[in-house]
Design a protein around this ligand. Sequence first.
Ligand SMILES: [Zn+2]
Length: 462
Amino acid sequence: MAKVILFLVAASVIVAVAWLLAGIPGQVVASIGSFTIETSTPVAILAVAVLVVAILVLLGLLRGLWNIPRIGVTWRRRHRAEAGERAVTRVLVALAAGEQGPARKEARQARKLLGESPQTLLLTAEAGRLAGREDEAEEAFRALTNQAGASFLGFRGLLRQAVDRKDWTEALMLARQAEAAHPGTAWLRQQRAELALQTGNWAEALELTGPDPNRPTYYVAAADAEPDPARALAFAKQAWKQAPDFVPGVLAYATRLRAAGSEKRAQACVLEAWKRSPHPDLAAFALAPLTDPLARAQAAKRLAATNAANPESRILLARTALDAGLTGEARHQLEAAQADGVRQRRLSSILAELEEQERGDTEAGRLAQREALRQAAAADPDPHWQCTSCHAGVAAWQPKCPTCGKAGTIQWQSDRRPSGWQCTSCHAGVAAWQPKCPTCGKAGTIQWQSDRRPSGLSVVAA
Ligand SMILES: [Zn+2]
């Protein structure tokens, strides 16, 4: 209806204009050279209007012809951009699906179509990494480091590669460059802390790590690595303060106190630690200045008195009493420990020595010794330093496991570990085999763990 009204209005306007034009009186005469054109005014106005329209159409055509090459370039560019965007989407899908070949192929295509943009370089690098082509990934990451505003992405990728290769020197350099490119990221701080731990830069690790249960370990390691005695003492004191029953921390502090001439303070620290968690290394430290066996036995008594019922105290007393020739006292302590249920190998070893000392080279002595050695063969393993991550045994405590390289995992294992089904991932024990660990939920991790008996460790304390 509206269209009909519009048409009627337009037709009325055209008729009115034509009628007005037709009503204009007069003649128009135009002379060009010998040509003379004479016509009525309405026709002349119409002719001028037609001429103007014709010129406009002609100019439009000429402009169109002139623009044909530019339009072609724009069209091709838009077409490439659209094809590139589609390739980028396909790379993302392939990466998410873990399809190595298609991801690399589409990434190459996207890079060809869209050029060296941060997006295409990053996708090329990630596709290369997915396919295990570290050389391709490295080339793309290096190109990324030259991209203004995106260089952090390049350094981040190169840093991840260096960490995977365990090339700590290169990783440290890249971490510094990444920090300069984009300072203050939490991810980078964590990476730098990990690198500091891996390169044994303990003081820096302490600065970079926040609350961490392994801080006492880092303090002990920092004290060991520090050439300045005063700073080393300060680090060791922190280790002791943060964990007064952490034996390596106590010994690190006590050793430096002793070196600084504060023997009394050192002995007090060790005595305090023995009260909380007696350990053969503490006894070794406390008795080290004494060489006379009787004096050692007396000192052991003073130390053990703070925690007399502990098997470690009994074993220390038995050992030092036997060394001082006090066989009665040694036997009393061994029997008391056995009565408490201690079945460790070192107990049987001291007993064998005791039998030899008491009875000498007699038939009864040989029999008793043989019995003690038989007991030793069937005894529980002695407590020992062990990595809680890879379970490798080590002769002495270290801040980092020499086998798996993890920091803060070496711990004193004094519990008897019976044979049984155990998860190899979270170490939870289960009563019967199951396809999946009920604690950590991982499949195929429940295995039969038999008693591990470490060898080559010292049998006795001091
Ligand atoms: Zn380990």
